[in-house]
Design a protein. Structure first.
Length: 215
């Protein structure tokens, strides 16, 4: 095993991911490789990752969980199946703070299992969620692109519900403006500037044409 040391954390290379050992905790926490790679891009995410063993241990005790190894494909949070004291299966998600998860807790409470998993408990300050048990299947990105579009369109139709005002949710335009700015910044990588430009134009115009607003 290769070992790399900091003042408080020891990393142990292990298969496709890492084991992280925190000196204040007597357990090892597996860090999936995709999550580690995602956290390496920003200092605030590196800091969050360094505190992850403490978070895992805290919520393991708080919600009386028996944890299993985390799902390997998660890149925006530490997500692991677990068992409650009565044996019921659940999932613990410790989210890495990013723009797309700002209203995750609110949205899961709003949909309440239709068609999402149910949110059983949450800690908003530390982005911790206890979820109804749901395990990954075949990754959508592994399917042909036309099939991906059909699956996503079907899910979006099921998610369309109108929230009651006042609600905390930001308008779609806010996120689209961020994506447009990000795409513009990478214009040197466009292989068809006309097609991309038209797509960006529609992303800007279409949100304002809806006859009603839904989540």
């Amino acid at each position: 095993m290769d070992r790399a040391h900091t003042s408080r954390i020891t990393w142990l290379e292990f298969g496709s991911g890492h084991l992280q050992f925190h000196e204040r905790i007597t357990r090892l926490v597996i860090i999936p490789a995709r999550l580690e790679a995602a956290c390496s891009k920003k200092p605030k995410h590196k800091s969050w990752l360094s505190q992850l063993p403490t978070l895992v241990a805290d919520f393991e005790r708080r919600w009386s969980l028996t944890l299993e190894p985390p799902f390997e494909n998660s890149s925006a949070g530490w997500v692991a199946p677990a068992r409650l004291p009565d044996g019921a299966g659940v999932v613990l998600k410790l989210g890495m703070a990013h723009a797309e998860c700002v209203h995750e807790i609110d949205a899961l409470r709003f949909w309440d299992g239709e068609p999402t998993v149910r949110l059983l408990a949450a800690d908003r300050k530390r982005s911790a969620l206890l979820l109804e048990r749901c395990e990954p299947g075949v990754g959508l990105w592994q399917r042909p692109k036309p099939e991906q579009d059909l699956v996503l369109a079907g899910i979006l139709k099921e998610l369309r519900h109108t929230p009651t005002n006042p609600h905390p949710f930001r308008h779609l335009r806010v996120m689209l403006e961020a994506w447009i700015k990000e795409t513009d910044a990478a214009s040197e990588r466009w292989t068809d500037s006309g097609l991309v430009g038209e797509g960006l134009r529609l992303l800007f115009l279409l949100p304002g044409s809806a006859r009603r607003e839904v989540l």
